[in-house]
Design a binder for this molecule. Structure first.
Ligand SMILES: [Zn+2]
Length: 1011
């Protein structure tokens, strides 16, 4: 079949009506836009449904989903999602999930609870590994042990450490949800959805509300599994190049064949639409300085998520109304000054059975709510009445086409993104292929547009005349945050008020039993039941990415000819080394502004239209790394990234040229909007990614490249943005952006990288772009000003040196540059990080340290910080880009205990990790190194390796060091970390946690997140 998506569609010899391995073939459809054939099967005996998206990709995916609607907010599906992965009939290991994470080449291994379904996906590029994973996951979901203690550990239990102490409430999910509930923005999303769907499962919190989790009993938990985790309620999605017949036989013979068909009602039901709009007032925890502010959100139910035309049309409309600088709703709301920027919740949510469209402002105020609603409705009325802007809506359609075609991965890898799209229609009773085969619904939409009035009609129907509209006013309440912190204690007191001595004895016994079970090593017989790879199963070599080096009139050109679905990717890098130190904190603003500004006489609204008509997006990033083979040599470049369909490459270059050569970087209003947007986005990510803020902040005191990361995206950048916003000094900001641009855009310090099917055909166009860039002479050595930048950072982050502070193991040098920094945030849980500087690394040493970090992440820290400590995560990291080794915890109820575990974990490696565990870890580490990448990240990644000196030779040595590692190697690596004399600690946590640490003798230099 001829198409413009590259190679033809592979097919299998299976026809509708036939049978294969206990399954009936229901339907076969070629989907050229995904280079795949889709097969729909039904398991004859149980009615289990299965889809295989068959193609040439070797990154095979197996995903089993169950519909799991709820009738309360006890979080039963979430607790089950955790618990089924704690041992099963054939694999009675206490944590098979973790064992497979350690010792497989998985490219994805996780489980997710949604408001109406629970999904278990695994994928691997190696066949033997893939079937091992499928085996373990099928047994986990269909035959789990679900012991009582698993329920207590993963869900909730009364925790009593010593006979006279207070009784607390603990549990992994309980704790995880406490973290979620201390986040303002998650209340905006969850609160709104709950109020918008008062009559369906979406009214409840499927993840679990900490207030209600303790209502769940072990019996109810088991019943929920019996009811919903059955093949007759399952939806299995396969993706990849393994023949259907083989996988179907595997599943049928080993698992499905043992079950009988069951009739299960797991439908979500439909929310009846209201006759009148409603208003909801919600209070959510927030820091003191946000007291009295509010997010004001307007939401509608806008159609069925199983209807492909409706979903695509709504998402195009959402893009038109909200996503670009000239989008009418975005403009009207942001320009109104009634709030700071669009709330995170804005846009289309088609994850639920009925799609929801939301729009509104954050950092607004309750008294502005009616005015915000007025602006939204007026804008929609105006758009419907006068007709949509033709260029802007055409741009939105092209964006949709581009993004559906592009092979990308973000939160989920590509194969899982397709599974997700399929589930949306499939689980809601729609055509399972409808959202995958996107050409047909898109052509229907284009046809409707040609007839005229299509989107105007949608606006009338779905927004103006639709009475199922909710205005949610979510107020920031510091009081509520404080209450939340005390909630666990009060809840425990209330629930245990009438406890007898006998009850207390039971709590004590349970707490001890759980501790014992958690700290007991898994039995060797149980471990041996798990299928495992050996080192011989591992690919010996990295996957090679092709590249060619050339030049464009003196500018280095690196090209990567690889399959990209007809898309061309352009990356232009400019060297920032030597830039005036005082300008560095303005870099993130400048990079954002440069791709969202007016240029060459056009306004920024006009440029935004050009970008959406001709490209798949243009954006900028900055990369700071320590150059390979240097102690502290800084690689510091900004990149402009552009992508377009190949025929539009010339148009894209025209836009890039206008942005680089004649941007208008002085629009004060635009600068103000971007600063507010940047400050708010960074601020709200602290609660979601507190661990990475803590890691960056600790590492910043040890390495220049990480110090740059801190200045450009860490707590320091947040404080800087906050100060600029409060001072309202937009003139200085504009001046800084102009200076940065003057410095950066320079033909003598530039490199161009192109990734496309055949990049050579763009050489002429690129040559003319390169020759138009200005040439500037720079001081050869930028080191001087970097020293200033370094001092600047130190001023921003006062380093308190406390020689000989604790933490070092006996027999090792005491760190000399040890600062304990405590950053107070509004959260019931903590994020702790410690970093050690490692000098003079070569490829092999880096490989062994990387392996050590994997061993800690999947071994000691997982066991102590997560399983025993009740944190959501404990992890360790070693990157080739920075000479720093790190340990961290995520959503952690503890603090000083966790810091101790970081050094104890290294101590365990010094004492010797058993050889079989090291071998298992080697498999997992190679799996990490070989993660599949998207076409763009393959090309850009290879270019970055070339620029930073990470040669093929380096990568070979790195890989070999991992493959050959012994317990003795890990011992030496751990000793190396422990003997580092430069180490720093940063914890983001609550004031109460720091008080408690101080009373236990661990004192922090404390500061507030924002002054
Ligand atoms: Zn969870």
């Amino acid at each position: 079949m001829a198409n413009d998506y590259g190679p033809g569609v592979p097919v299998q010899r299976l026809a509708a009506g036939g049978t294969v391995s206990g399954f009936r073939v229901e339907r076969v459809q070629e989907i050229p836009e995904l280079r795949s054939s889709a097969y729909l099967f039904t398991h004859a005996k149980t009615g289990a449904r299965l889809i295989h998206l068959y193609n040439e990709d070797d990154n095979n995916l197996f995903s089993i989903a169950f519909r799991t609607p709820v009738g309360d907010s006890t979080g039963v599906p979430h607790i089950l999602e955790h618990s089924v992965l704690c041992g099963s009939k054939r694999f009675p290991v206490k944590d098979p999930f973790q064992e497979m994470l350690k010792g497989s080449l998985q490219t994805f291994l996780n489980a997710m609870t949604y408001p109406d379904k629970t999904v278990y996906p695994v994928s691997s590029q190696v066949e033997k590994d893939f079937y091992n994973l499928v085996d373990v996951y099928c047994d986990a979901v269909l035959n789990p042990l679900l012991t009582e203690n698993t329920f207590y550990q993963e869900g909730w239990h009364y925790d009593l450490e010593n006979p006279d102490g207070p009784i607390g409430i603990k549990g992994i999910v309980y704790n995880e949800m406490k973290g979620v509930f201390s986040d303002f923005s998650s209340h905006v999303g969850r609160g709104t959805i709950s109020k918008l769907f008062p009559d369906t499962t979406y009214f409840h919190e499927s993840g679990g509300d900490p207030e209600h989790i303790p209502e769940l009993t072990y019996g109810q938990f088991r019943d929920f599994h019996r009811k919903f985790y059955h093949p007759s309620n399952s939806f299995i999605f396969l993706y990849g190049n393994l023949p259907s017949e083989k996988t179907l036989r595997f599943i049928d013979e080993k698992y499905l064949g043992a079950f009988e068909a069951l009739s299960i009602d797991s439908s979500v039901g439909t929310q009846p639409l209201w006759g009148e709009p409603r208003t909801a007032r919600i209070e959510a925890p927030a820091p003191e300085d946000e007291d009295g502010t509010a997010s004001v959100i307007c939401s509608w139910i806008v159609g069925e998520s199983a209807d492909a035309v409706s979903v695509f049309a709504q998402s195009i409309l959402a893009n038109y109304l909200l996503s670009t600088e000239s989008s009418p709703l975005k403009r009207a709301l942001v320009d109104s000054g009634l709030g700071e920027d669009l709330d995170d919740m804005c846009g289309l949510d088609s994850d639920l059975a009925q799609s929801v469209f939301s729009v509104g402002l954050r950092k607004s105020a309750p008294e502005h709510a009616q005015a915000v609603l007025g602006i939204i409705m007026d804008t929609l009325e105006r758009e419907a009445a006068r007709g949509l802007d033709a260029d802007l809506i055409e741009g939105a359609v092209r964006q949709a086409e581009f993004h559906l075609r592009e092979i990308i991965s973000g939160h989920f890898p590509y194969n899982l993104r397709l599974a997700d799209r399929c589930y949306r229609s499939w689980l809601n009773g729609g055509d399972p292929f409808a959202l995958l085969a996107f050409e047909k619904p898109l052509s229907i939409i284009k046809e409707e547009m040609r007839k005229g009035g299509f989107f105007e009609g949608l606006i009338r129907r779905h927004f103006i005349d639709n009475k199922h509209r909710l205005l949610s006013i979510v107020t920031a309440s510091p009081e509520k945050g404080k209450k939340l912190e005390a909630q666990t204690e009060e809840q425990a007191k209330r629930l245990t008020a009438g406890f007898t001595d006998e009850d207390r004895r039971r709590c004590l016994a349970l707490t001890r039993a759980l501790r014992e079970q958690q700290s007991a090593p898994p039995s060797p017989e149980a471990l041996a039941s798990l299928p495992a790879l050996t080192k011989d199963d591992l690919p010996r070599e990295d996957r090679k990415v092709p590249f060619e080096k050339g030049e464009l009139g003196g500018v280095p050109l690196i090209t990567h000819p690889i399959f990209t679905s007809g898309i061309a990717y352009l990356d232009i890098g400019f060297d920032f080394n030597g830039v005036d130190a005082g300008l560095i904190p303005f870099i993130p603003l400048y990079l954002e502004l440069l791709t969202r500004c007016g240029a060459a006489g056009s306004s920024y609204e006009q440029m935004a239209k050009r970008i959406s008509l001709s490209t798949g997006g243009i954006d900028m990033t900055v990369a700071c790394r320590t150059k390979i083979g240097t102690a502290d040599g800084l690689f510091f470049m900004a990149f402009m990234h552009g992508k377009s369909l190949e025929p539009r490459f010339g148009e894209m270059l025209g836009i890039v040229k206008d942005l680089l050569l004649s941007p208008d970087l002085t629009n004060r209003k635009q600068i103000k909007d971007l600063l507010l947007e940047g400050r708010n986005a960074l601020n709200s990510s602290v609660i979601h990614s507190g661990h990475s803020f803590a890691v960056t902040n600790a590492s910043a005191r040890l390495s220049r490249s990480r110090m740059m990361d801190e200045l450009l995206g860490g707590v320091s950048q947040l404080r800087f943005l906050d100060a600029v916003v409060k001072q309202e000094d937009y003139d200085s900001a504009a001046g800084a952006c102009v200076k940065l641009h003057d410095f950066l855009i320079n033909r003598s310090a530039c490199v161009v990288s192109v990734t496309a099917g055949d990049p050579s055909k763009f050489a002429g166009q690129l040559e003319s772009l390169a020759s138009s860039l200005p040439v500037k002479v720079r001081a050869v050595d930028g080191g001087g000003s970097l020293e200033i930048a370094f001092r600047f950072a130190v001023l921003c982050l006062p380093v308190k040196v406390r020689a000989g502070d604790g933490g070092g193991e006996a027999g090792h040098a005491e760190p000399v540059n040890m600062g304990y920094r405590g950053i107070e945030i509004n959260s019931a849980v903590n994020f702790a990080a410690r970093a050690w500087k490692i000098n003079g690394l070569d490829a092999a040493e880096n490989g062994r340290l990387f392996l050590l970090s994997r061993s800690l992440s999947t071994g000691y820290l997982w066991d102590k910080v997560r399983v025993e400590g009740g944190a959501y995560g404990g992890m360790s990291g070693m990157s080739v880009s920075h000479p720093v080794f790190t340990c961290a915890s995520y959503r952690d109820p503890n603090l000083e205990e966790t810091l101790e575990h970081f050094t104890k974990g290294l101590g365990e490696a010094v004492n010797g990790i058993p050889k079989d565990r090291v071998d298992q870890c080697i498999v997992g580490a190679i799996g990490r190194v070989d993660q599949p990448r998207t076409p763009h990240s393959l090309g850009l990644g290879e270019t970055m390796d070339i620029l930073t000196g990470r040669t093929g030779e380096y990568r070979r040595e790195f890989r070999e060091a991992i493959l050959r590692a012994t317990p003795e190697d890990l011992k030496r690596a751990a000793e190396r970390v422990l003997s580092s004399r430069e180490s720093a600690v940063t914890v983001l946590g609550s004031a109460a946690a720091f008080d408690k640490a101080a009373s236990n003798g661990v004192a922090f230099e404390r500061e507030k997140l924002l002054p």
